[in-house]
Design a protein around this ligand. Structure first.
Ligand SMILES: CC(C)(COP(=O)(O)OP(=O)(O)OC[C@H]1O[C@@H](n2cnc3c(N)ncnc32)[C@H](O)[C@@H]1OP(=O)(O)O)[C@@H](O)C(=O)NCCC(=O)NCCS
Length: 422
């Protein structure tokens, strides 16, 4: 190998340990293709132009440019950036291996120098030329392409709030945007994804058009019908397994009877009366809710309405069948306990399905500001008081998976015609 920056030398120089293991087998192939004079890594002038194009403030643009300058002065970091670039942004024909698992981006803790703290932002920036070309080829309005990357600046501010100095550590999230897997539409973000919630949804062909969710084969559930690895599963719970069986006439499986709970008794549905409307692998739009101000009902309606026209126009190959969302914000208990609130309205949009490994982690992280004993938990907002009170009475909050069928989302206003069913 011609380049001095072998896997071992790079990891040693940068102090990286096992989180880089994934690269070990691919490293040399990418390193062989490395051109130190190549134009894949932005120059300072290019970085400034990208920042201006995105619409970043001058202050943050200057920091990003400084980050590029400092990364460029560290050959080991340049090689590492190339490894990501090679995996993420080159066509699959040149890069015959699977995309980098982005959670493996080297961490950017505050004790690192500025180059280390800005490394992830520099990697994201290196994808901008390809991103712009692809969006232009699809005819996507430039404003949407630009707004889609505003998260770089937002997360730099967030980093500063957390650590008291500038940096950027959400490359794994922005990677979804820069590789065209996630698009911001006003209040919400929509990811191009495939249905993988472990259930098959059917809709009645006539009458009320009820919706039923049947567990796919092979789910491991506990006695009460929740996932066996859900929070609070007793160690001695023997668990049980699901199956889904069908032929041209009928389908038999275990239905979701209430949110997060699958019935122990299977049902058989007549396919002349029921139609499969969503199953594993179907294209879907997966929803994300950035922590950015309130989540007004009208703003969410507008996001749905835009998505309903944007994706068919610019990503016609992704014929999505539903919107999906996995979140603490989908837990229908929020709707029951905070009627009329934005959060209640959001949760009520969905059909609720149990989530694998459901727990209350996000309730603490995103609702209570971090894990803490209940008697010390903050109670300064309605939500926080409700969260704490419920848990104080022995209740649990559940990370829940939600589905909105495409047909339930009216194309014009984004409002919903939610069909009956869990
Ligand atoms: C989603 C979110 C924007 C909802 O905020 P919202 O529009 O203000 O929600 P509501 O109007 O329904 O809020 C009702 C009450 O709960 C409070 N509340 C809402 N979200 C809160 C949060 N994350 N932490 C503390 N309190 C919160 C509100 O302040 C309000 O209380 P108040 O009447 O005493 O002022 C907000 O929770 C948020 O930013 N969350 C972080 C992002 C997130 O969770 N994403 C999903 C990841 S999967």
């Amino acid at each position: 190998m011609s380049n001095a920056w072998t896997y071992t030398a790079t990891c040693q120089t940068l102090g990286l340990t096992n989180q880089m293991e994934w690269f070990r087998t691919q490293w040399d192939q990418a390193a062989e293709a490395f051109d130190p004079a190549g134009d894949w890594l932005p120059t300072e002038a290019q970085a400034a132009e990208y920042c201006a194009w995105i619409g970043m403030t001058d202050e943050v643009s200057r920091l990003v440019v400084q980050g590029v300058r400092e990364v460029r002065h560290k050959p080991a970091l340049v090689m590492l950036a190339w490894q990501y670039y090679w995996a993420m942004f080159l066509p699959a024909a040149i890069r015959p291996w699977t995309p980098v698992p982005w959670f493996m981006l080297p961490p950017a803790p505050p004790e690192q120098d500025f180059a280390g703290r800005m490394f992830q932002a520099v990697v994201i920036l290196s994808g901008i030329p390809r991103y712009r070309t692809e969006h232009a080829a699809r005819g996507i309005p430039e404003k949407i392409s630009r707004d889609n990357l505003l998260g770089i600046e937002l997360w730099m501010h967030n980093y500063r709030q957390r650590f008291g100095q500038w940096g950027f550590d959400r490359g794994s999230w922005l990677a979804n945007h820069i590789t065209d897997r996630l698009v911001r539409m006003q209040r919400l973000e929509f990811g191009l994804s495939r249905f993988a919630f472990g259930f098959t949804l059917l809709r009645e062909r006539c009458g009320e058009h009820r919706v039923v969710a049947l567990a796919d084969s092979g789910l491991r559930l506990r006695q009460d019908g929740r996932y066996q690895n859900a929070q609070g599963t007793p160690a001695d719970d023997p668990g049980w397994g699901t199956y889904l069986m069908g032929n041209e006439k009928t389908i038999t499986g275990y239905p979701v009877v209430e949110p997060n709970v699958v019935a122990r008794e299977p049902v058989t549905l007549d396919l002349s009366q029921w139609e499969v409307v969503l199953q594993a692998g179907d294209p879907v739009l997966d929803i994300h809710i950035p922590a950015r101000g309130k989540m007004d009902i009208a703003a969410c309606d507008e996001s749905f309405a835009q998505a309903m026209t944007f994706f068919p126009r610019y990503y016609p190959e992704h014929v999505f069948k539903a919107f999906t969302c996995g979140s603490w914000l989908v837990d229908p208990q929020l709707a029951q306990q905070m009627p009329g609130s934005n959060m209640a309205h959001f949760a009520q949009r969905y059909h609720h399905l149990p989530a694998d490994g459901a727990n209350d982690g996000q309730v603490y992280d995103l609702g209570l500001g971090g894990r803490c004993p209940l008697d010390k938990a903050p109670k300064d907002t309605t939500l926080r008081r409700i969260l704490v009170e419920h848990m104080g009475k022995g209740g649990q909050w559940w990370y829940t998976n939600g589905v909105i069928l495409r047909e339930e989302c009216a194309a014009t206003a984004g409002g919903h015609r939610r069909l009956p069913g869990v």
